[in-house]
Ligand binder design. Structure first.
Ligand code: ZN
Length: 88
């Protein structure tokens, strides 16, 4: 029996850009998703916020290794960060 699953990692907003595909094998619950995450810089969200007039340096989506979105981090031009679970 194959115990593999392919999961898409996508931006949660707008056209939902595909970042990557994950091949998940077996039971991933052994890993704490808070400690093991992927951080992906999103051009689409940064562009959307800039168009609305915000001074954005970059937008990061953090995903657990099982491809679940943990949170989104907005990094402002002044160095401050806003973190939300999901979208801003
Ligand atoms: Zn995004």
């Amino acid at each position: 029996m194959e115990d593999k699953e392919i999961k898409d990692v996508r931006c949660p907003n707008g056209p939902q850009r595909l970042f990557l595909k994950l091949r998940i094998e077996g039971n991933q619950n052994l890993v704490n998703p808070e400690l093991n995450c992927m951080e992906l810089s999103c051009q689409d969200c940064a562009r959307t916020l800039r168009r609305e007039g915000y001074d954005i340096f970059r937008v990061l989506h953090r995903y657990a290794i099982n491809a679940e979105l943990i949170e989104t981090v907005v990094v402002w031009e002044n160095g401050k960060e806003t973190i939300s679970n999901g979208w801003v």
